[in-house]
Design a protein around this ligand. Structure first.
Ligand code: CP
Length: 318
């Protein structure tokens, strides 16, 4: 007898321990919820009565807004916390802040923080389910899940696809989470970037490594460009942004040479640095599809970790 697939984790802190079956379940659930986004009234009652706090200690546009939208689409009650204007600016710690918010009876907490491990730390401070919305250079699991959903929209199977992740690998939580998700699903992953921005022994994660963009793009199905994270680099890791673009930037000549190459970027994009402006706007760039898929993925993750069931009737406005 085969059992129904289910998520074995209480929290979503990272994808290094998530199985292919669990990731597939999130993707399948997201495809189901994505349909809600195209209804006349884009709301279902699935998380009615659940209270979610969004704790953003770092700037964010896409992740913060899509979590908020996902929560609204699922009819959850939400509280939005940003560090500016909060008592954190008066010296209150993460633990005290979280425990005070939990005292107001929240069920789930979404956290973005500049410190790797902040989401894990939060699980030790509060009882609420914790979802990592990006912790320093560690992981950004919902970004990788929306990335694999977007890739799956263009391919019958992730298994066997060749995916190149190009840029500042060392400082990229997006790269780490994508390596875990893509490897779990059977993709071949190549990491490409300046040696100064490549973690040591990263090959141990089962990826190919190169500092030559042409080599990374040869036979490649998907190229995922990463933002150069100047705010996380102590000193400049390459001579100039112009030289970076000339060496690692994906340009029209690459799209002309690789006629089926899909272009992705988690955003925010530095136009003219990791991607040429014409590449960002090209029809084979699916950057805005990634953003739309982000809402569906976050609806799926919130639903699957909430413990809610879909027994409640939905609003019937399809
Ligand atoms: N991709 C991503 O995490 O973007 P934001 O920083 O705008 O949330």
């Amino acid at each position: 007898m085969t059992s129904e697939p289910r998520i074995r984790h209480r929290h979503l802190l990272g994808l290094s321990t998530w199985s292919a079956e669990e990731i597939e379940l999130v993707l399948e659930t997201a495809r189901h919820f994505r349909e809600v986004l195209y209804r006349r009234i884009r709301r279902v009652p699935t998380l009615r009565g659940i209270t979610i706090v969004n704790l953003f200690f770092e700037p964010s546009t896409r992740t913060r807004i899509s979590f908020e939208l996902a929560e609204k689409r699922l009819s959850a009650d939400t509280i939005n916390f940003t560090w500016s204007g909060s008592s954190v600016s008066k010296g209150e710690s993460l633990k005290d802040t979280a425990q005070n918010l939990e005292a107001m009876k929240v069920d789930m907490a979404v956290i973005r923080h500049s410190s790797p491990g902040a989401a894990h730390f939060l699980t030790e401070c509060i009882d609420a389910v914790v979802i990592n919305a990006g912790d320093g250079a560690h992981e950004h699991p919902t970004q990788a899940l929306l990335d694999v959903l977007t890739i799956s929209d263009h391919s019958t199977s992730i298994a066997g696809l060749n995916v190149a992740i190009v840029g500042d690998i060392t400082h990229s939580r997006v790269a780490r989470s994508n390596v875990f998700a893509l490897r779990a699903l059977g993709a071949n992953v190549t990491l490409c970037g300046p040696r100064t921005l490549m973690p040591r022994e990263v090959e141990k994660l089962g990826v190919r490594v190169t500092d030559r963009l042409d080599e990374a793009l040869e036979g490649c199905d998907v190229a995922m460009a990463l933002r150069i994270q100047l705010e996380r680099q102590g000193t400049s890791m390459f001579p100039t942004l112009r030289e970076y673009h000339n060496t690692f930037g994906i340009r029209m000549e690459h799209l002309e040479r690789h006629r089926d190459l899909l272009i992705m970027h988690p955003g925010p994009v530095n136009r003219g640095v990791e991607l040429a402006g014409e590449v960002v706007d090209h029809e084979r760039a699916v950057i805005l599809d990634q953003v739309t898929n982000g809402i569906a993925i976050r609806m799926a993750v919130l639903f699957l970790l909430s413990g809610a069931t879909e027994d409640e009737e939905d609003d019937g406005n399809a």
